[in-house]
Design a binder for this molecule. Sequence first.
Ligand SMILES: *[C@@H]1O[C@H](CO)[C@@H](O)[C@H](O)[C@H]1NC(C)=O
Ligand SMILES: *[C@@H]1O[C@H](CO)[C@@H](O)[C@H](O)[C@H]1NC(C)=O
Ligand SMILES: *[C@@H]1O[C@H](CO)[C@@H](O)[C@H](O)[C@H]1NC(C)=O
Ligand SMILES: *[C@@H]1O[C@H](CO)[C@@H](O)[C@H](O)[C@H]1NC(C)=O
Ligand SMILES: *[C@@H]1O[C@H](CO)[C@@H](O)[C@H](O)[C@H]1NC(C)=O
Ligand SMILES: *[C@@H]1O[C@H](CO)[C@@H](O)[C@H](O)[C@H]1NC(C)=O
Ligand SMILES: [Fe+2]
Length: 623
Amino acid sequence: MVAYLRFAAVAALLCVAQAMMDDDSWLTPYYRRSVISEVGAAAWEHHSVPCNPDVVGSTAACFNAGIPAVGNIDYHWGAPEIAYPTTGEPWGVHLTGPYPDGRSYLVSWYTGAATVGANLTKPDTSSMKAYATAKSSKGHTLKFTGSVITYMRVYTLPELANATYLSPYIHHVVLKNLEPFTSYNYQVSDMSGKLVGSYKFKTLVTRDSKDIYPLKIGLMADVGQSVNTSDTRDHLIANKPRVVIHVGDNTYADVYGASNPDTHDGKGTNQQRWDSHAQLWQPLMSTVPVLNCAANHELETSYIAASINYNTSTFSFPTNYPFQSYSARFPVPGTTSKFGEITPNLYYSTVIGGVVKLITLSNYSPFQPGSPQHTWAMKEFAAVDRKKTPWLFVQFHAPPYHTYYVHYKEMECFMSVYEDVFYQYGVDIVLNGHVHAYERTHPMYKYKPDSCGPMYIVIGDGGNVEGPYRNFVDEINPATNKTYCESLAYNGVGPVAMAASNPSGWGPGYQRAAHAPNCPTLSFQPAGSVGGGPVLVPSNMTKPGDAPMGFCQSSQPVWSAYRDPSFGHAILELLSHSTAHFKWYKNMEGSAMVMDDVVLERLDACPNKAGPVKGGRRLLHAE
Ligand SMILES: *[C@@H]1O[C@H](CO)[C@@H](O)[C@H](O)[C@H]1NC(C)=O
Ligand SMILES: *[C@@H]1O[C@H](CO)[C@@H](O)[C@H](O)[C@H]1NC(C)=O
Ligand SMILES: *[C@@H]1O[C@H](CO)[C@@H](O)[C@H](O)[C@H]1NC(C)=O
Ligand SMILES: *[C@@H]1O[C@H](CO)[C@@H](O)[C@H](O)[C@H]1NC(C)=O
Ligand SMILES: *[C@@H]1O[C@H](CO)[C@@H](O)[C@H](O)[C@H]1NC(C)=O
Ligand SMILES: *[C@@H]1O[C@H](CO)[C@@H](O)[C@H](O)[C@H]1NC(C)=O
Ligand SMILES: [Fe+2]
């Protein structure tokens, strides 16, 4: 009830705002809150590429996630690709940005080495300074000063007490007021404060530039630090994006043992794996700014004998906090002073190249109406000015729309809060990770293709050690001769019984924990799969005369455009205020091949959200 009233209030405000700016310039196609749509020969097609036995190792492996994918191993501790200098030189240099002003970027790096042992003391770094200089191609050299921090991961279990981790020095300097679309050579300070090294990057444009387009944005998620990760990294570098959006799950440090950075026993999260990851990614991240996202492998709850309070984002044990390493190492754009603090560090918005508003949400933080994140997000959406930023993207880690068996329909609770907001504000693209595979939807709304809804892209296939997810939910599991969908259950309770007995009981606990009680976590969808066929796990609550509703479809749903359980990355190249070219690159034996290739165009406004249409072009039909 509360959610409904809030939504109505926002809608009423919007109508007033639109009436006030009811002039012709607003009606030109690209200023209108218009719709992203696929155009050209490939529009509205469907592709479904099953698991490749050659890549995962065998046909048996395709159906058994317990068989590890071939060759998909993290670099061993000490391997040159991940080793870093311990004698004071900077390492793990990475850029975050652009900041919302479009002129600032954060450069972060490490000096020294981590310490692991018992009874460590965190050094006082409050009087230490970090320095950076940036010399533009025009010859000006700018000097900047920033902060140095460290953090400790303390284990409260006695048998892990000797595995306490003290980070290396973490340096953060905001490079402010840089010239747009300008190449910079930059240097950063070593442990003694001396400026060293030679790094290069190019700033993005701001809104008033002639060079806005083409604007190439790299997309990746769930990258980790395996041999496959470095393939993805190198393919991205070769594609020369101006900025990379990383939709979360950076290091997979939390699959390791607390006292061994080479053993995957998951007993404690090995913080040294954040250090190796930083070094592995330096070739990309020191040359291209990255916009990161808080995700489950950043949360790091394991083996500290603490419980998490999602309302306050704190652990019961105060020496550690959730998202501790992520917050210390990847402060979000716009955080200029509170480096390392969790509160301002999980959700944020920024502007890319003057024309893209990116709103980053945390689905692992309280998100319900009344929560700080929700209040913040509603203000952010309401403040979007499509005249200034014609493109509107949203990222958060766990995907609401995908058809893989693992994590199927885990975001219903989150979407009960946000899907109507995305629709109302005309979000063009929603970016997700978490599912280690690729899937792109057609523009959609509530499990139906809908020209007025966002396109959802799952790009969780960066190469991490857990391997690709192999099965579609509508695929037959040879072990049971039934679809994977039919075996979905939580705590042994299938969707129909759960809907009847406990409609908020579906899905992972964090969804309910990060939301006030009684969030709906289950939904059924109408029939509509490629090639037809009945719905799977039909709802017994469909009213007579209604189309049958099911929990899954018996083949690829009509809203799913392209799915392939393989590693890769994507490039979204914006060509104008209204046109973009999207390509998904699949990792194939050391090289990258474009598999999904689609032109997107923002067409005329949707009747339900854009007001009067003059001389409009026809919307494409969904099917
Ligand atoms: C990961 O890399 C190994 C070694 O190059 C390769 O054999 C394997 O096919 C890759 N795995 C995937 C899922 O791409
Ligand atoms: C760490 O401190 C505790 C408590 O003061 C003490 O019992 C323990 O022996 C110390 N461990 C080491 C390795 O110094
Ligand atoms: C910590 O102690 C345990 C048990 O005594 C031992 O197995 C482990 O190797 C130690 N770890 C470190 C990092 O010293
Ligand atoms: C599945 O069906 C195949 C072919 O009919 C049969 O050989 C196999 O034994 C069945 N497996 C199970 C688990 O029922
Ligand atoms: C739906 O199915 C569940 C589980 O089989 C059952 O408990 C419930 O009574 C059914 N509801 C209706 C309306 O038939
Ligand atoms: C979080 O807030 C909700 C709603 O106010 C409340 O019901 C719940 O008990 C709180 N949880 C904790 C752990 O404080
Ligand atoms: Fe994840």
